[in-house]
Design a protein around this ligand. Sequence first.
Ligand code: CAA
Length: 696
Amino acid sequence: MSEAIAYEREGSIAVLKAQNPPVNALGVEVRKGLLAGIERAEQEGAKAVLIYGEGRTYFAGADIREFGKPPQEPSLPDLCNRIEASPLLVVSSMHGTALGGGLEVALSSHYRVAVPSAKMGLPEVNLGILPGAGGTQRLPRLAGTEVALEMITSGRHVSAAEALEKGIVDRVVDGDPREIGLSYAGELLEQGAARRAVGEMPAPEAVDFDAAYAAVLKKGRGQLSPATAVRAVQAAAEAGSFEEGLKRERALFMELMDSDQRQGLIHAFFAERAVSKLPELEGVSPRDVASVGVIGGGTMGAGIATAVLLAGLPVVLIEMTEDAVAAARGRIEGNLRGALKRGKISEAQFAELTGAALTVSTDYTALAQVDLVVEAVFEDMDVKREVFGKLDTHCKPGAVLATNTSYLDVDEIAAATSRPQDVIGLHFFSPAHVMKLLEVVVAEKTAPEVLATGFALGKRLKKVAVRSGICDGFIGNRIMNAYRKAAEYVVLDGASPYQVDEVVRGFGFPMGPFEMGDLAGLDINWAARKRRAPTRDPRERVPRFYEMLCEGGDFGQKTGKGFYIYEAGQRGGVPNPEVAELIARDQAQQGVTPREFSDAEVLRRYMCAMVNEAAKVVGEGIARRPLDVDMVMLFGYGFPRFWGGPLKWADLQGLDGILADIRAYAAEDDFFWQPAPLLEQLVAEGRRFEDLNKAD
Ligand code: CAA
């Protein structure tokens, strides 16, 4: 018998127990074991078969690591069909997460029981594929077309209670999965219950599948897998027979399996988990963090405080004046009220989090007992150094002192204390209680356990924490500055900001760079430009239209006008006609003759700038691995997940082509378009960014 599936008999019931930790993924050994178990049960004359999982879960899905490799028999679809065809009564007992292929095995069973905490779903679209073992054919037969479409195209996990209500499970009982499964199977045998094969049920009702396809494609911003899954569900309703439907599902599944988007999404899945695994942290224990201080209660500080409170840690927030204390409290309460409205917390939790768990004060001595402090005050080195001097005086020994600076040198901030080993950067993204990214910035003297503490806090806050070294803008903002510049250059040279925004949205970003600027406030970037102006290299091309707009008092959404005009009550903006005049004036002053850019060229320049800067960030060791950059861009900047991140995208496009284009652009501007040495090296060696991820 296979080691991955244990076989035993309980009277007339054959019991198949999955034992493939950590998540009982349906790798080849598990599939072989299930097949052998069913066959043996039939040969031995058992009357029923119980399938359940040992450890934390029933099957959490196909083994994702097998994707893209040569298939090994038995395939999951064949196995599911074989389970369903068994003349014995097959019962699945679910706990933990029954996902993807896992739920498909359960759907091929004749009866399903689950514990109340079990979650189930068909999340394949999030991996760039669709349920390929009959899920798109069986779920609509069992729960109806609408339910199946919603679950399959969203990949949402449903609770056992919801699954019961929708007819996906037959019974929900608290208890040990083996015991409740045995008892249910025993009961069914006693009643003489019939075998009940979902594949033999009538075809589900047809709906307007073309409309569903279009809606899903639009919602996914070009992600193909959910839309393709609509076509597979359509086959359940329209293919004529279950077998024909399965064939259609298989064909669509294979189409997606061969797609770049599948590679991008699988990369994102594993990178999201690898990003917090740093070799330097092996064996290093984080410091205990039972309470957190926050300095500054503006949008960022209040957001950080909210995130910390929602993670169950008490917060001490320091502001400068009593008015500011009240304002900070108001902001945090507002954030928490939002969480209450969305059902994330209860009334009682709201009262607790805004009551006993939150202290807001003007007095630094209130910080005496906190284990970690995050400073989120005005972006000015003198102000930050003064705050850190105070933290040094008031915080207990061993407290972690973190700065939320976006650009400033953490080493210089650390030097304002007598304990630079305790100082680290924790760069949150606004709104901090919503955005998933946390850059953990390591300064020269940061102690390993302080770095480990930063990562542990990130995990506690359910954020994706990425290690960054020190440079202007760290990983994310530095790369963003580069691609934003590329966007401004194409506009100076003749493209319109609206063309750029549309092209960037077409790629899958939620917003283009000019819409983004309007949303964030153009004045913020204007201030950074003014700060950098004195040290700017004279070879740098400087578009002026952005500043001209700001000089006219137009800062974007907050003033009602920027690159777009925002009518009150309207969601999006319409192009601001004055912008074209400013650009024309800028072109005239700089002696630029505008030319047309195709959408493809706009995108290519934008992406090449992003990849080139990302390669510099990795080459300089600011990011340890390409996957670190990919995760920063995915979780902090809206990079479409289905491309995996800019460096995964670059691998998929081919690095030699990207380098060739960068060199061609350098003929116009060899200051901005200096190829990253790492990119040149990889091309020369015929390697890809992916190879550097594996090296660690
Ligand atoms: N295949 C291979 N490895 C898997 C896996 C899978 N399906 N699911 C999880 N793992 C691995 C993770 O990579 C991780 O490995 P490391 O410890 O080496 O990093 C480990 O199992 C634990 O996973 P998590 O850290 O994610 O643990 P968690 O408790 O936070 O989450 C989970 C558990 C909800 C199951 C989550 O891992 C998850 O969502 N997994 C993916 C589930 C999924 O998408 N299933 C569908 C697969 S596709 C399919 O089934 C296609 C088909 O029809 C043929």
